[in-house]
Write a protein that binds this ligand. Structure first.
Ligand SMILES: [Fe+2]
Ligand SMILES: [Fe+2]
Length: 337
């Protein structure tokens, strides 16, 4: 590796560093943030720091055993898939970070990497308490629907990360918007539907969902918008962005419909899932500055469940009560740049 990669006194001014393509000096200076939203998101991520040991999982095994067979299957298939998402995201972020230029953006991604590892650890802690860790983490070997969803997510990550062009970086950022903003959402809502029956799982998902939706999604939405603003992006690339989110909607619904057909639970219907995922996809398009393309419905019950658990005032656990002032910072306008 060239030493300029680490120290480059003749490199560009920190405030001139674009997200992609440039010649950085090698310094991380939080007092000179080109975008503002980057250091705001960093502070919010830091303020939200939590550890899996702070969730009470002592009754998880007993609670799990009292679920119906279908509910147990949904629980296991959901965690089997969500845990893959975090494992993949950690590795993808390391690759994206290596190709990026702006040192402050790279620093924020470093913290996100830590949080994704924390999510992986939290699944392990929860499933260990539940007594089915090996079974759940190995489900991908035996279940075609799960394996297919994971494979398609991995392909979306891999498709553009190897190319050093701004258009490919933009599409690569879109893969991350899909992961944070689409692939987790039905899984989160299933665990919230089980709710009080499995409070350990529910509380763990609350923490994870807050990281994904309050900071990781805004981070990559802003990265996407900034790459688009700083470079001349081809129209065909934007067409590919629409294709990618359409694929993401199909991937999410395919797995959702499979779970529902195998293990029907609690009033969830294919129509409800479709309206939910379409609404989310429209919201994600708006967040990245593009026009929504899916049929918009009224906010669904599943969306309301997810939003309710993002609401800081709803939090009952001691941990959150002692940290509620930190969480209040989520009112920062993350799109302001
Ligand atoms: Fe995560
Ligand atoms: Fe994330």
């Amino acid at each position: 590796m060239n030493s300029k990669h680490y120290y480059n006194p003749k490199g560009e001014e920190i405030l001139d560093e674009k997200i992609f393509g440039g010649n950085p000096s090698g310094f991380v200076d939080f007092n000179r943030s080109k975008y503002k939203w980057d250091s705001n998101i960093y502070d919010l991520m830091n303020a939200n720091t939590w550890f899996p040991s702070e969730v009470n999982t002592s009754t998880e095994k007993k609670n799990f055993e009292q679920l119906t067979e279908n509910e147990q299957a949904i629980y296991k298939m959901t965690f089997a898939q969500l845990s893959f998402n975090d494992s993949a995201q950690e590795e993808y972020l390391s690759d994206f970070r290596r190709l990026a230029n702006n040192r402050l953006i790279k620093s924020v991604i470093s913290l996100q990497i830590m949080q994704e590892v924390n999510h992986s650890k939290s699944y392990a802690v929860l499933l260990d308490a539940c007594g089915n860790s090996d079974e759940v983490f190995n489900l991908y070997k035996y279940n075609d629907a799960l394996n297919t969803k994971n494979q398609k997510i991995a392909q979306q990550f891999a498709r553009y990360i190897d190319g050093n062009s701004v258009d490919k970086m933009l599409l690569s950022a879109m893969a991350s918007v899909n992961l944070e903003g689409i692939y987790f959402l039905l899984g989160f809502s299933y665990i919230y539907l089980l709710g009080d029956k499995v409070p350990g799982a529910r509380d763990m998902i609350k923490f994870i969902a807050r990281d994904e939706l309050n900071t990781h999604l805004p981070l990559f939405a802003n990265i996407f918008k900034t790459i688009k603003k700083e470079n001349k992006i081809q129209t065909s690339t934007i067409d590919s962005v629409y294709t990618m989110i359409n694929d993401a909607v199909n991937i999410e619904l395919e797995y959702g419909n499979y779970l529902l057909s195998q293990y029907p639970i609690m009033g969830v219907t294919p129509e409800l899932m479709k309206r939910t995922v379409h609404n989310y996809a429209n919201d994600r398009l708006k967040k990245i500055g593009l026009d929504p393309i899916f049929t918009q419905s009224d906010t669904t019950y599943l969306q309301k469940l997810v939003t309710k658990h993002l609401n800081m005032n709803e939090v009952k656990s001691n941990f959150f009560e002692s940290n509620v002032s930190n969480y209040a910072k989520s009112s920062i306008n993350l799109d302001d740049f």
